[in-house]
Design a protein around this ligand. Structure first.
Ligand SMILES: Cc1cc2nc3c(=O)[nH]c(=O)nc-3n(C[C@H](O)[C@H](O)[C@H](O)COP(=O)(O)OP(=O)(O)OC[C@H]3O[C@@H](n4cnc5c(N)ncnc54)[C@H](O)[C@@H]3O)c2cc1C
Length: 276
């Protein structure tokens, strides 16, 4: 098949064929930190108020996250379990549709029965369990060349620890659209896109590799080894504010900075506020 196109954007995910053509796979392996993730959806009693995200444990010792995913069905709960099961190293593939086994994940959470949620029961009620190695790749010194570029996980696969992979792919698309609209030379537009997005996403890949939330968990565990009711009893207000600000900074989600930044819209600025 031969197609003539203006630009080629490789948005083909963590195992991108376009990336493999641009960058020798031998020098650009999938890197696994040793944390295995399992995930699934189950019907269970609503957790607390039915709108609560429950995060227990830590990435290194074993972590379990649950959240409700349907306003109309408060019993529908999505869960993700993360356990360090191996030493870091390169892996040949990462298939996020791969079936996981109940026994493999349940073994790590057998005694996780708390008042808000019975984790073993939640796992047992899950019809389909999937497993995935938490992988990324080293940031690239350049994404594309000429009229070819990368976007999303193809460009910057990162650990999904800060709700960032998908949202960064959307930001890529927004900047790419603006660059293409603003410059009639496609190669120059792709260069401008990469210049804007590559440094920011490379920093995120590395920041996520350090599992930033782990430091907070370590501090809380140290100060309240027997548990706590309110994290404000364990961490001071300035500490909490600094941790939240650090997370927003690495995610580029600082509201004030975002509001001060020029819009990425390619539409002319509105002069009449009543215009749609
Ligand atoms: C367990 C887990 C939880 C996550 N949680 C979050 C979260 O809360 N928030 C967040 O923002 N991100 C999260 N992510 C990350 C997020 O899912 C990814 O970063 C995001 O899907 C990347 O989008 P993408 O379009 O770049 O790639 P993908 O979503 O992987 O899409 C790539 C597409 O390309 C297609 N494709 C691949 N090869 C070819 C080919 N040769 N020809 C044609 N098509 C091809 C694939 O079929 C796929 O449809 C999570 C990831 C995991 C694994």
């Amino acid at each position: 098949l031969r197609e003539r196109v203006d630009v080629l954007v490789g948005a083909d995910g963590v195992q991108s064929a376009v990336r493999a053509r641009l960058h020798d796979p031998a020098g650009d392996p999938l890197l696994w930190g040793g944390i295995r993730m399992w995930r699934g959806v189950a019907r269970a009693d609503p957790i607390l108020d039915g709108a609560t995200v429950l995060v227990g444990g830590s990435n290194l010792a074993g972590k379990f996250v649950t959240y409700h995913i349907s306003a109309s069905d408060p019993r529908l709960v999505n869960w993700v379990a993360e356990v360090k099961v191996a030493e870091p190293g390169a892996v040949p593939e990462a298939d996020w549709s791969r079936a996981g086994r109940l026994d493999d994940v349940a073994a790590h959470f057998a005694d996780w029965k708390y008042a808000p949620a019975d984790i073993p029961a939640l796992l047992a009620a899950t019809e389909r369990i999937l497993e995935y190695p938490m992988v990324d790749r080293d940031p690239l010194p350049r994404w594309g060349e000429g009229r070819v570029t990368l976007l999303g996980d193809a460009a910057h696969p990162m650990y999904p620890v800060g709700s960032n992979g998908g949202s960064q792919a959307i930001l890529d698309a927004r900047v790419l659209a603006r660059c293409l609209a603003a410059d009639e030379d496609p190669a120059r537009a792709l260069e401008a896109y990469e210049e804007e997005r590559r440094p920011a996403t490379s920093a995120l890949v590395l920041a996520h590799r350090a599992l930033p939330i782990e430091e907070t968990i370590r501090l809380v565990t140290e100060r309240a080894p027997d548990g706590f009711h309110d994290v404000a009893d364990v961490l001071t207000e300035p500490e909490l504010a600094a941790m939240a600000a650090a997370q927003r900074r690495i995610s580029d989600a600082d509201v004030r900075a975002l509001n001060q930044r020029e819009s990425w819209s390619v539409r002319p600025a509105r002069t009449d506020p009543s215009e749609p």
